[in-house]
Design a protein around this ligand. Structure first.
Ligand code: PLP
Length: 489
């Protein structure tokens, strides 16, 4: 494709993208095809001769669109938002145009330096504690996903724990270090609330350590507390295990629960070798609003904090913003410099090589789209965007509460998430409404609702909720997400 042909093709693509967004609501949110549909529409062998763009372009609508779930659709209410904006798209276009691997500062200094600047801006916008700014010992790095961020910090946590333990034991002989490290790894355990995202368990699998959860309860809105953490730590230590990583959550996937950072910070002071991560993948965006920034102030005890701009902050996938209190913790664990990666700038210690803050070597120029987004909206625009979504959630929750004969809200709506279930007809379900609709005390404050318990009413409620969900899903008019929280569908 020549330059002039590119101009023509790109012009046509940009026009089609604009049309796609302008007419999105006229498409069904969910595809109606069956698995394997694309095999039937595309040849089974690769093209022998090249084709003109005009031919390739036609196949977007013919073959790809029928298999697209439209995440930007107004009737898409599943999982979490996946931001897409025109400035974000423009950032992606430039990043593609400037394609480079960007692992070291010298690979493209602007890529590294812009990343440091926009992440410092974002930390200020979210009112994160100064420990996460690059001017001190910390700093931010853009990862592809919150899960990738978890694996990255878990490996750093594991290595830091082992290093400190071996220092305490006075082990220095390289072979002995290796033997003892392997021995210790088998005893390391990562812990998280049972409501933490599955990426924590996956991270522990990848890091080759154990993983244990702490049950959390509806009576406490599924928040993890310091006392629960202490009990778990003592139990694990009594078994001869070494807790090395604690996952906390700001906005859990099922109910957007927020862990009790203040009490956890108090308890964890006594365990300085445990790495504390906060997963704020979705709800971290809400910290742009002053009303939520009391939470930012509680984050100073964390070793790391991660939020996805690609979820709720107007930035196209992927833009997971990871902050660490001590960047040295990452580089100590992840920096390996063979001769081909050496250069004078790295040796000078004056530059950041983000390859040492992540698992892959190469990296995309993701800072560009963040820069475009932050400049297009400004802090006030971002705040307005989140406020608007919170208002929509309030409106929706109000509508649900207005039909308390049919629906029950499971936990108080948090951020823009409303979790509801359907009430079975002619029954008095034991699960009370969260906001005083039912005067009886919570059914079982100490024990979470257990699916194994032969609770006929709960079974009925679950069945009818599932049926309603399945029917809504079958219409393909709305896309919602179903989940099970402590046995409640
Ligand atoms: N953490 C939470 C709280 C989430 O809700 C999700 C996904 O929805 C993730 C982590 C995983 O995010 P990612 O897809 O960026 O790995």
């Amino acid at each position: 494709m020549t330059g002039p042909a590119f101009v023509e093709a790109a012009g046509s693509v940009v026009k089609d993208i604009e049309q796609y967004y302008s007419n999105l609501s006229s498409r069904p949110v969910l595809p109606s095809i069956s698995p394997g549909y694309l095999q039937k529409l595309l040849p089974s062998t690769p093209p022998v001769q090249g084709e003109p763009w005009s031919e390739i372009e036609k196949d977007i609508e013919r073959t790809i669109m029928p298999g697209i779930t439209h995440w930007q659709h107004p009737k898409y209410m599943a999982f979490f938002a996946a931001s897409s904006t025109y400035p974000g798209i423009l950032g992606e276009m430039w990043a593609a145009a400037l394609t480079s691997a960007n692992f070291n500062w010298i690979c493209s200094p602007a890529v590294t330096e812009l990343e440091t600047i926009v992440l410092d801006w974002l930390a200020q916008i979210l009112a994160l504690p100064d420990v996460f700014l690059s001017k001190g010992e910390g700093g931010g790095v853009i990862q592809g996903s919150a899960s990738e961020a978890v694996v990255t910090v878990m490996v750093a946590a594991r290595e830091r724990y082992i290093r400190r333990q071996l220092e305490r034991e006075g082990v220095t002989d390289p072979e002995e270090v290796e033997d003892r490290s392997c021995e210790l790894r088998g005893k390391l355990v990562a812990i998280a609330s049972a409501e933490a995202h599955s990426s924590t368990k996956k991270g522990a699998i990848i890091a080759g350590t154990r993983f244990r959860t702490i049950a959390v309860h509806r009576s406490n809105e599924y928040a993890l507390t310091g006392d629960q953490v202490r009990t778990k730590l003592e139990e694990l230590k009594a078994k001869g295990l070494h807790p090395y990583y604690l996952a906390t959550t700001l906005g859990s996937t099922n109910t957007c629960s927020v862990d009790d950072f203040v009490s956890i910070a108090q308890v964890i002071k006594e365990y300085p070798n445990i790495w504390i991560h906060c997963d704020a993948a979705y709800a971290g965006s809400a910290l742009v609003l002053p009303q939520y920034q009391y939470l930012s102030k509680q984050m100073a005890f964390l070793d790391s904090f991660d939020m996805n701009m690609h979820k709720w902050l107007l930035t196209n996938f992927d833009a997971s913003c990871l902050y660490v209190r001590k960047r040295k913790d990452l580089t100590d664990a992840l920096s390996i410099t063979p001769s081909y990666l050496k250069n004078d700038f790295t040796d000078s210690g004056l530059v950041t090589d983000y390859r040492d803050w992540q698992i892959p070597l190469g990296r995309r120029f993701r800072a560009l789209k963040i820069w475009f987004v932050l400049r297009t909206w400004g802090v006030e625009g971002l705040q307005q965007h989140i406020r608007h979504h919170l208002k929509l959630a309030d409106l929706f929750a109000g509508l649900v509460k207005g039909r308390s004969d049919i629906f029950r809200i499971l936990t108080p709506p948090k951020f823009a998430l409303v979790v509801l279930m359907v009430k079975p007809k002619n029954t008095q379900p034991k699960l009370p409404d969260v906001d005083g609709g039912d005067p009886r005390p919570y059914q079982d404050q100490q024990n979470p609702v257990n699916p194994e318990v032969d609770d006929e009413e709960l079974q009925k409620a679950n069945e009818i909720t599932k049926e309603v969900y399945t029917r809504v899903d079958a219409t393909k008019e709305f896309f919602l997400t179903a989940s099970v929280v402590s046995g409640v569908y």
